[in-house]
Structure formats: C-alpha cells, structure tokens
Design a binder for this molecule. Structure first.
Ligand code: BMA
Length: 852
C-alpha cells in the first residue's frame, strides 16, 4: 500500500467573485479567510455578526497534485477524506468522483479511472449549508422546528452538520465548512480494511493479575474481486487466522482469538488503563504482500450499564469488571467553533484538566460532533469513560427516506469507527429530542407526526444500527431517559434513568432545589459564570468590559443569562464593586451551585450513581456554564470540582435546618475516620468543636454527624463550620469492630466548609491577607496568610498580563494562623514568569474583597 498525503496547502476560491486565497487542509473556510485578512477575528467583539455571509456562499477548495506513474499501477487508487463539512461535490481532473452530504461520514472513492501520471487536479465544491437547509425546508410537507440562538442559521436540523455551528446558547453562529481531518490518496492491491469491530469475553473470574480473554475481531472489507481471503489477527501474544471466501465489494469476516492472557482495562481511579495492540492483516490467498493491515490499541473489560427496576424506580449504574462506578464528570462540547483549531494538543489539555479535577467520565453531547480518533484514544489512555450521544439535539428531525439513508451511513461509519474503544460506556440516541416534542408550538399542536418522525429516526434507524453493530453496549434511547424501552418523557423525573436538572438555572430556583431531587444519574445540570479576566481581555476592547456592555452581552448567548447571574448574586451575595470582582463573584456562585448539587447527589449513592455537570469546555470566549474557559484556563468551578470529585471526600450538607457531615468513599478499601467539626466565629475563633469517629466501607456514602443549626451556640449569620477528617486505611477486617488503624498512613485528611446562611448576611472581617511571592525550586510560589478567615481566596492574574498559567489552587478558604504555599504552574510551552512579573500581574481576590 502506498499513500500520498493531501494535507497542506490548497487554494480556496469564492465562487461568487472568483477570488482565491490559500487554505490549509485540514482546515476550514472561515479560518482561511481570517489568515488572508479578509475576515476579522470571529471571536473578537461583535465580529461574528459581520461574518454570516460566509456560510451563505459556495466555495471551491482545490489543489494540484503530482502522481508518479508507479503509483498508478496499483489495482485501486482511493481518494480518502475523513471529514468533509458538509455538502460537497468532489472531482478529479474536471470529472465528477462523488459527493458528500454529511459531515459525520467519511468520503472514499476509487479515483483510478480519473488520475494520470504527472499533474492532477482535485477540486471540492462546497455548497452553502445555509442555502441547502433553506431549500430543504421548502420541500417539507410540514414544518420541522429546531431551536435557535441569538445569532443563528435557520433549519440547521435539515443538514447533517454539527448542530451547534448554527449557533447555540453558548456558541456563535459561524457556518464555516471545510475539510477537517485526514486527506490522502491510497494505492492498494487486493482487499482494503475499512473498519475493525471487536467483541470480548472474559473466561474466568475477575482478578488483579492477568486474566484470560476471548476476542472476536470483525474486519469490514472492501474487495476488488471475489476471492479467498486470508485474515490474521493478533493481540497480547495470541493470534489466530482464518481463510474465508468473500465477494467483490463490501463484506465482513470475523476471526476468533482465544486464550488471550491480558489485564483488564479500568476507568481512572478504579485500576490501570491497560491497552493492547490488536493487529490485523487481510490479503487474497497467495497474493504475497498485497492487501491491507490495521493496528489499533484496545482495552479488555466488561462494562455494563445496569438499568433495572428497584425500590426507587429504575437504576442507572455503570459497572466495570464487576465494580459499580460512580460517574463523575461533565459534558463535552466541541473543542472550538473554528474546526481548523481542533487538534490533539487541545484534546490533551482539556482531557488532562478533566482528569486533574478527578473526573472519570465525559459526555460527548449530541449537538456537537463525534470526536476524532485522538479523542477516544486519549480517553482510553486516561481512563475517562465516554457517554457518547449521537449527533441530534434539541429539535425535531425529518424522517423521509433520503434523510434516514444519510443517517444510516453516518451511524454505520461512526459505530464501526468507535466501537472498539474501551472508554465508550454507552450510545445515547440524542440530546433532549424526546422532550423537545413538547417545546415547539407546531409539535404541541400535532404531536403524532413528530412522534412518528422521532421514532423512525431514533429507534428505526439510529438505535437499530447501534444494536446491530455494537450489541454488547448499552443503547440509551435519549437523554434524559427513563431507560431502554422506556419512551416516557423523563424530564423532571428523578426515580429512573438519567435526568437533566435545570430548575436552578433556567427556572431561577434556589440552590437548595438541588437537594429536593434524587437523581439516579444526573447527566446535565449547570450554572453560568463570566470568564476569567484574561479571556475577557481577549475579546472585549478596553472600556467595553462591563458585563452589560454590548460586547459582553454579545458574548452571552443565553437570552436571560446575565440577568440570572446578577439576580442570583443579589439573592446570595453583596453586590460586587468592580468588573473583575463581578467576574470573580459569578465564578464563586457557579462553584457553589454545582458543589451543592454534586455533594448532595454523591451522598445519595448507591441510589444516585453519576453526576455530569453542564459543561466542561467552551467553543469560544463567552459567559457560559463551562468550568474551563475557552483558552483552557480554570474557572473557580474547576478547582472546586477537583475537591468535590475526590474519590475520598468529606462534605457538609446544609439541608432543612440541619448540617450533616458525610464522608464519601469511592475506593475499594475501607477507612477509619476521625472527624473534627469546628464552629467558628467570623474572626476565626473556635466557638465549639464536635468530634466523631466513623468507618467508611468501600463504595459508600456515610453520615458521620448531624447538627441542628438552630441549636448551635452561635447565630447562623455570625458563624460558619469547618470540618476535618483524619483518615487511615482500615488494616484488616471489613467492619468497624474488626478494623484497626493502619499506622503510617496517617496524614491523609480531608477538609470541608460551609456557611450557615446566605453569605450576604455575614459581616465579614477584612482578613488582611499577606501575600509573598518567592522563588521556588520549580518556579515562583505564592505564600498566603490571613489575620481573619478569608473565603474563596482566588489568586488571579490581571487580564492584560502575557503570563500563561495558573496557581495550583484557587477558591479555597484560609483560617487565621494558617499559611498556604501555592506553586505557579506555567502553561506547557511557555516561559515561567519571574517573581517580579508574577507580583505585578497578581490580583488577589477573596469574598470580603469583592464588595465595599
Ligand atoms: C442543555 C443542553 C444544551 C444547552 C444547555 C444549557 O439542556 O443540552 O442544549 O446548551 O442545556 O441551556
């Protein structure tokens, strides 16, 4: 097999005026126009509004290509484009080769008849997706509604393109198109391997040592002739081969490998992420070195999503190798609104941040895209479970045969491409489409036709193909959903399946509302905040950084977003004095809101077995529900997530007049714990302390102590609680009677904190924070001391600084007499700042400093 890579320099022509400029492939049209200076930075100020014309035009992406004569000798010459967005006609040397109409399928066609030795020309005519969507809408027998956004492209649901590209309540409408992934010419003799799917079975029980497995590898092929096919497969030192008769065209064949000695793959926190290379080779019998081979790293594990009726309703629990996993994580949206900026490095940065925040699960949400192979490979390596939505969101979709055929190809491609990744926990049909039938007036008036459409698409096409091609993985019909085969609308239902809980954000309820539901698995809940100062400076000109300036309002895509943030602030906090304080306080309240939800729901295990907050990342710089800013920097929520997602966690839940100390143990060993709970006055004096001992069984939430707030020896608005648990591994036995404390493992401790009423009711003292920046062994360090309790201490960097990086912790509380030493972590590839530079950029915030 020989390959000519087609990445690199292409030309982009605007058809309406014939103008040309360079374009990089992989890349997108808008990015090319930004590079040539014809389009402004789409993320700056309100430039998005001036760029809407780009998605309304037709474009030609073309290049010349030298093909050596020897290359043409191969039996077949495939032009492979892994992702074309979206409606495109592909031609070689002026002759049509094929067309593409779905961003989520790959393009592959034999171009042998069109190629010649020497210079060739490849041209990809990309049609306006917006015009195509409008045209499709005209032919509909009845309207098929989709959600909009402040700036949006209509009828996005009629074109198979990442739905959020048409605008979302956190994203711009930049209807760019392009060629986003691998592009190549492949010369090949004999069969070509298109995909490999796998099924595995453990032979024998679970153990920590090597285990025995059986694997079936199905090879999906495209053969130029009927032939006797020789297939070879190997993994972890075991191999098998098969000889099968296959017909010309597409077919599949399965090889079975037994007696594989290998260790299991586990999600992070539950064991190692062992991966093994599966190597496959397919050739025509007796055809020497011809044919194709494919290598992919896979993990061997038994993963189930248990959705069984129980006393509460119906469970939703992920089990891996027999262990119940509490899924802790967030929702993933595309890494950037400009596809030219999608890269492995961005994935690494974002997914590393997820793991650093003690997450073990991400949900690839249905309004984005099936991510690139790199994403899933990284999730396999890092042990992040993936909840994989299929790419349909918040809308009605057509179910005419042409649309269903397009989706069928998409699903056959995506399921076979992704199925062998051990990290993928389940397939989910869509995001909120079932519930959306109740949102739109057209659907409310005539629900039947939309229900039929929904079912034909979701169960009749998407689900059917998932079940056929990946029978061992859970098909979760929609999110939220009561469970497989439960077609009820699961909104606001907390007894079964997964839940999207939006009453606090969209309905403006108090944070305590999170404590009124008992989700089995909360796959969406969120609270917005403003971005970090550096992010604001990246898009808002000086003088336009007040949160209600037109620029800032443009970078808020949820209609009531800023109002909800500010109204909530008024409910809980004293009004912040300046711009930076407003950004800061919005992040404090976001961190507090999500912590309230997660800590309570974690305390409900095993009834609740998952929390995925909305949302991990951003596609551009914007006020949103994300915990990571567009540039990857951590908001206060992300630091808080690292605490509230610890596998061993101490929390104080304030509910219905009581404060309760709860210890969560997601580990598979027991601990003994000594709890000290201190009731402190606002100047930090200990008014009273309470002690308790407890025993933490593996995989449990344990209530340690509960106090009635009204009976505490200080008023709620003049005191707060601070707790510490000193933990030791229980050395033997599994019960408190038989367990002893393991000496030497002392030093393992967890802390928790809570206010007893709304923070605005407290007359907080000025903690007179003392900050010292010193040179540490690996860069500058910040030492902090306080004279009175300092809450939500956040060492921020000034927006105008060029320093890239963050302090190792933020959003913590400092008691008088304590000293915190914080390392500064420079962003990879950037120079560490000097002590002086950091001193100049440091902006030290804490709750008392946010108001006058
Ligand atoms: C959810 C998501 C998104 C949306 C978010 C915030 O329900 O599925 O569609 O961005 O709410 O409104």
């Amino acid at each position: 097999m020989e390959i000519i890579a087609l990445q690199g320099n292409w030309t982009l022509k605007r058809l309406s005026d014939g103008s040309s400029r360079p374009m990089t492939v992989p890349g997108d049209i808008l990015s090319a126009l930004v590079s040539s200076g014809e389009a402004s930075d789409p993320y700056y100020d309100r430039n998005e509004l001036d760029l809407q014309w780009i998605g309304r035009e037709d474009w030609l992406i073309e290049r010349d290509l030298e093909v050596p004569a020897s290359f043409l000798e191969a039996e077949r010459l495939f032009l492979e484009l892994d992702m074309i967005d979206t409606l495109a006609d592909i031609s070689v040397n002026g002759e049509a080769l094929g067309s593409s109409e779905n961003m989520f399928t790959s393009f592959c066609a034999d171009a042998k008849r069109l190629l010649r030795a020497g210079k060739n020309h490849i041209a990809i005519l990309v049609h306006s997706p917006e015009a195509a969507a409008m045209k499709a809408a005209e032919t509909l027998p009845y309207p098929i509604p989709a959600s909009g956004a402040p700036v949006f492209s209509p009828n996005r649901n009629l074109v198979r393109k990442a739905q959020c590209m048409a605008g979302w309540d956190w994203g711009p409408c930049l209807m760019t198109s392009g060629i986003y992934d691998g592009a190549r010419l492949v010369a090949i003799d004999g069969p070509r391997i298109e995909y490999v799917t796998t099924r595995v079975r453990r032979e024998g029980g679970v153990s920590n040592r090597s285990e025995t497995w059986r694997l079936w590898a199905t090879v999906w092929l495209d053969c130029p002739t009927d032939c006797e096919l020789e297939l070879e497969a190997s993994i972890a030192g075991s191999s098998a081969s098969a000889r099968i008769h296959v017909l010309e065209g597409e077919s599949s064949a399965t090889v079975e490998i037994g007696d594989i000695s290998a260790e299991s793959w586990y999600p992070v926190g539950y064991g190692e992420q062992r991966l093994y290379e599966l190597a496959l080779r397919a050739r025509r019998a007796g055809d020497g070195d011809s044919g194709d081979e494919l290598r992919k790293r896979i993990g061997l594990r038994e993963l189930k999503v248990v959705a069984l009726p129980d006393k509460v309703g119906r469970s939703m629990t992920v089990t891996v190798n027999g262990r119940n996993v509490f899924c802790k994580g967030a929702n993933w949206i595309p890494a950037d609104a400009l596809p030219s900026r999608w890269s492995r490095a961005r994935y690494v940065e974002l997914l590393d941040s997820a793991v650093e925040a003690n997450m073990n699960c991400v949900r690839v949400w249905g309004g984005g895209r099936y991510e690139a192979d790199d994403f899933y490979e990284l999730c396999d390596e890092k042990g992040l479970l993936v909840w994989q939505d299929c790419m349909f969101a918040c809308s009605m979709y057509p179910s005419d045969q042409a649309f269903l055929d397009r989706v069928e190809l998409e699903m056959r491609h995506q399921v076979r491409r992704l199925q062998s990744h051990p990290s993928i926990a389940l397939w989910c049909g869509n995001n909120e489409n079932l519930g959306a039938i109740g949102w739109y007036p057209e659907a409310k008036q005539n629900p039947m036709r939309y229900i039929v459409d929904y079912d034909r698409l979701n169960e009749g096409t998407v689900g059917r193909i998932v079940r056929e091609l990946d029978p061992d993985r859970m098909w979760w019909p929609t999110s939220p959903c009561g469970g497989p085969s439960d077609y009820s609308d699961n909104w606001h239902s907390d007894g079964k399946g997964d839940m999207h809980f939006w009453s606090v954000w969209h309905e403006g309820k108090n944070f305590s509302e999170y404590l009124k539901v008992t989700p089995r698995f909360c796959s969406e809940f969120g609270f917005q905040s403003f971005p970090n100062p550096g992010t604001v400076a990246s898009f808002a000109p000086e003088g336009e950084r007040n949160v209600t300036s037109p620029t800032m309002e443009h970078h808020q895509k949820n209609n009531k977003g800023n109002t909800i943030i500010m109204e909530t602030m008024a409910r809980y906090f004293r009004m912040p004095t300046g711009q930076v304080e407003t950004l800061y306080l919005s992040q404090v309240q976001q961190a507090w809101a999500i912590k309230t939800a997660v800590e309570y729901w974690r305390s409900l295990r095993p009834v609740c077995m998952g929390t995925l907050y909305w949302q991990l990342n951003d596609v551009w710089p914007v006020a949103s529900w994300s915990s990571l800013d567009y540039d990857g920097s951590w908001k206060l929520l992300h630091y808080e997530a690292r605490r509230f997602y610890e596998s061993l966690h101490l929390e104080l839940i304030v509910k219905e007049g009581f404060v309760t100390a709860i210890a969560i143990n997601d580990e598979n060993r027991s601990y003994t714990g000594r709890l000290t709970l201190k009731l402190r006055s606002l100047d930090g004096k200990v008014i009273q302390d309470y002690k308790a001992e407890s025993f933490l069984q593996p995989d449990t939430a344990t209530e340690i102590l509960s106090l009635e707030i009204a009976k505490l020896p200080a008023a709620a608005d003049s005191s707060f609680l601070e707790a510490r648990a000193d933990l030791a591994r229980a050395s033997c036995g599994t019960s408190s009677e038989t367990a002893g404390m393991e000496l030497g493992s002392a030093g393992l401790s967890r802390t928790a904190f809570c206010f007893l009423t709304e923070p605005k009711r407290y007359s907080l003292r000025d903690p007179e924070l003392e900050a010292r920046i010193e040179k540490g062994p690996s860069g500058p360090e910040l030492a902090l001391r306080a004279k009175a309790p300092a809450f939500y201490v956040a060492p921020w960097l000034d927006g105008s600084t060029t320093i890239k990086g963050r302090f190792e912790d933020s959003g913590f509380h400092l008691m008088p007499g304590e000293e915190r030493l914080l390392h500064f972590i420079s962003t990879k590839g950037t120079r560490a700042p000097t002590v002086e530079e950091l001193g100049t950029a440091l902006r030290l915030l804490h709750l008392r400093a946010s108001y006058e």
